[in-house]
Ligand binder design. Structure first.
Ligand code: NAI
Length: 268
């Protein structure tokens, strides 16, 4: 499949007509890709992020945008009030907003630690706590985790926050299941966005070397999974964790082993 095929956001879009879906951290990267894909699937998307002005990635798309800092419980309540006043039946939430901080355990500053957990964990909790009461049966919540949630990556605050998000996902899936609300988490691998643009070059190279598909991923390749989970095509899927990572988590370093052995002894 070519790069332009992969970037085509109209591939395999499930039906989401008329569903109101809130997406956080939608100014760019994976959030914007998800918002645009959901929009083209017929959803009424409420795209949110930190900036007051509509972000460049969403300008001219007709997509509804509003400011929402996910760490601000009052802002979540305001959004809920808005949706209720407009009688918009909420059917989905994508907890996508996230930040990284590449400090190791012996260097991490407490303020940075708290900031990462506030956005990546508390932000998602506030979103679920505030918006789930507005959701009818058949609704779906998608949390954006990370492959860092599946093993011990060195940016300790980020890794810890994404592991915590798994706990939140399982707990919310248990609690909200009886109301017909599904909660799942996806674990992207190395996806080309602003977040990874700041990663050391060697990190990208090492990641590719450990990834069976031997490339990084694109934001749309996560968005298609998110759209699927929001749709009725995933109606019996809840509490699930789905990596979208080119096989990185599945291989769990075994690719490195296989490649090293093949290089030293092609017949082994
Ligand atoms: P990004 O940096 O392009 O997008 C993150 C967005 O979150 C930004 O638009 C930012 O303004 C927003 N944001 C940050 N703090 C916020 C707050 N307090 N309230 C509201 N919005 C806030 O990065 P990317 O890659 O699109 O990240 C999306 C999600 O995917 C994040 O949760 C990230 O942790 C996760 N992820 C990314 C991977 C990658 O390789 N790019 C890999 C695994 C997970």
């Amino acid at each position: 499949m070519s790069e332009s095929d992969l970037a085509d956001s109209t591939r395999a879009i499930p039906e989401l007509t008329g569903r109101t879906i809130v997406v956080t951290g939608a100014a760019g990267g994976q959030g914007a890709a998800a918002a645009l894909l959901l929009d083209s699937a017929g959803a009424r998307v409420v795209a949110t992020d930190l900036s007051a002005a509509t972000p460049a990635a969403l300008r001219g798309t007709g997509l509804r945008y509003r400011r929402l800092d996910v760490t601000d419980s009052r802002a979540w309540r305001d959004l809920a009030g808005e949706l209720e006043r407009e009688s918009l039946p909420l059917r989905g939430l994508v907890n996508n907003a996230g930040i990284t901080w590449r400090s190791r355990i012996l260097e991490v500053d407490e303020g940075d630690w708290n900031r990462v957990l506030a956005v990546n964990v508390s932000g998602a909790m506030l979103g679920i706590r505030t918006l789930a009461p507005l959701m009818a049966a058949g609704s779906s919540i998608v949390n954006i985790g990370s492959i860092a949630a599946l093993n011990g990556h060195y940016p300790v605050a980020y890794t810890t926050s994404k592991w915590a998000l798994r706990g939140l996902t399982h707990s919310a899936a248990t609690e909200l299941g009886p109301r017909g609300i599904r909660v799942n988490i996806v674990h992207p691998g190395f996806i080309e966005t602003d977040m990874t643009a700041t990663a050391p070059a060697v990190m990208r190279e090492a990641q590719i070397a450990l990834t069976p598909l031997e490339r990084t991923g694109l934001a749309n390749e996560v968005a298609t999974l998110v759209a699927f989970l929001l749709s009725d095509a995933a109606s019996y899927l809840t509490g699930a964790e789905i990596p979208v990572d080119g096989g990185f988590a599945s291989s769990a370093g075994a690719k490195y082993l296989a490649d090293r052995i093949a290089a030293s002894s092609p017949t082994a």
